[in-house]
Design a protein around this ligand. Structure first.
Ligand code: PLP
Length: 358
């Protein structure tokens, strides 16, 4: 019998699958989702619109209505927008059209593990520049790496997952100026940072911005993300995106969410920001716990008395799910905690205090 697994590329065989341990607990602070959920008004209106449709028909070849609403929401031309089944799908498309075997992709790590995973599947050689000791993007080192390795794609996550730090406009510009390849800026958490670098794409046609509906917009279950770039670049990237990649229901909900963004979703973002301050202060007051300042809806938190694994287990035993990120050598004593509702914060704080009383 031939071993059919030999048909799999060695780089893929060598990869560890991306996975999440447990995915459920009453208090879920492990995936940076919107803890308040999608407002009922958006849900009801979406379902009503969906009921009025013919489900037997293909959706639009290009989701024009959604792209137009995104264009207004993000202040970017619809010709330069690609909608994906989650933003991860479009990142895949970017790698598919840029990376040839052995070409380099530059990452600023620790960051979102999916970048390394998908770049590797496309046979890229991943070059990594570590964040500084206080978890900032190391711009001088990234610039040197761009000049030395000439990556086809550099990915910068800002606010960065899992550290919550942002890149400044000046630093991003300085990377865009030296880069001959593309720079992908992942703005998955931009709503919580309160700034965006979309307008830089006017001066820097090598910049791509990706965003998602999975975090602030409370739509993780429906898988919607989008990319923005110069229209000519978007035309090329679209060649790697399958037709009808977003199902009609997700399109409708995404459109409805954008229509009600100011009235229904912006207030939730504001509440998450208020809660972020509160969690930070409360965690800072607990012995053995040290939250890192953050611009996102999660905080990287150092644990000094218990190992991250032990703390994860103790919290899980108290119905609270957090993310153990200590597998990364730079994050050996850290967990990541998402910002929850005020009640969830209270439960978290109480749990942490009870654990540390042991
Ligand atoms: C959660 C997250 C995303 C979202 O991915 P989707 O596929 O849109 O759900 C993208 N980038 C980062 C850094 C994230 O943390």
């Amino acid at each position: 019998m031939p071993d059919y697994l030999d048909t799999i590329k060695p780089v893929v065989r060598a990869l560890k699958p991306y996975s999440l341990a447990v995915n459920d607990a009453p208090i879920k602070l492990n995936q940076n989702e919107n803890p308040f959920g999608l407002p009922p008004r958006i849900k009801e209106e979406s379902i009503r619109r969906f009921m009025d449709m013919d489900w037997g028909r293909y959706p639009d070849f290009v989701p024009t209505a959604l792209m137009d609403k995104l264009s207004a929401h993000a202040a970017w031309t619809p010709e330069g927008i690609i909608v994906g089944n989650g933003s991860n799908e479009i990142l895949n498309a970017v790698f598919a059209v840029t990376v040839a075997k052995g070409e380099k992709v530059l990452l600023s790590e620790p960051t979102f593990a999916i970048y390394r995973q998908t770049a590797t599947v496309f046979d890229a050689e991943v070059v990594s520049v570590p964040l500084t000791a206080d978890f900032e993007h190391d711009t001088p080192a990234l610039r040197r790496a761009i000049e030395q390795y000439q990556p086809v794609v550099t990915v910068i996550c800002s606010p960065n997952n899992p550290t919550g730090n942002v890149i400044t406009e000046r630093d991003l510009k300085s990377l865009l100026e030296v880069a001959r390849g593309l720079v992908v800026l992942d703005e998955a958490y931009w709503e919580f940072a309160g700034h965006t670098f979309v307008s830089l794409m006017n001066e820097h046609p090598n910049l791509i911005v990706t965003r998602t509906f999975s975090k602030a917009l409370a739509l993780a279950a429906l898988r919607v993300g989008y990319l923005m770039s110069a229209p000519a670049l978007a035309t090329e990237i679209r060649k790697a995106v399958l037709p009808y990649n977003i199902n009609r229901f997700s399109q409708i909900v995404a459109e409805t969410a954008l229509e009600h963004y100011d009235a229904e979703l912006a207030p939730l973002v504001a509440r998450i920001l208020t809660e972020r301050c509160r969690v930070f202060d409360l965690l800072s007051g607990i012995e053995g716990i040290a939250p890192h300042p953050t611009h996102a809806n999660f905080t990287l938190t150092r644990t000094t008395r218990l190992s991250p694994r032990r703390l994860y287990d103790e919290l899980f035993a108290r119905d609270i799910l957090v993310r153990d990120v200590s597998g990364n050598p730079m994050l050996k004593s850290y967990i990541r905690i998402g910002v929850g509702t005020p009640e969830e914060t209270d439960a978290l704080v109480e749990a942490l205090k009870s654990i540390h009383h042991f």
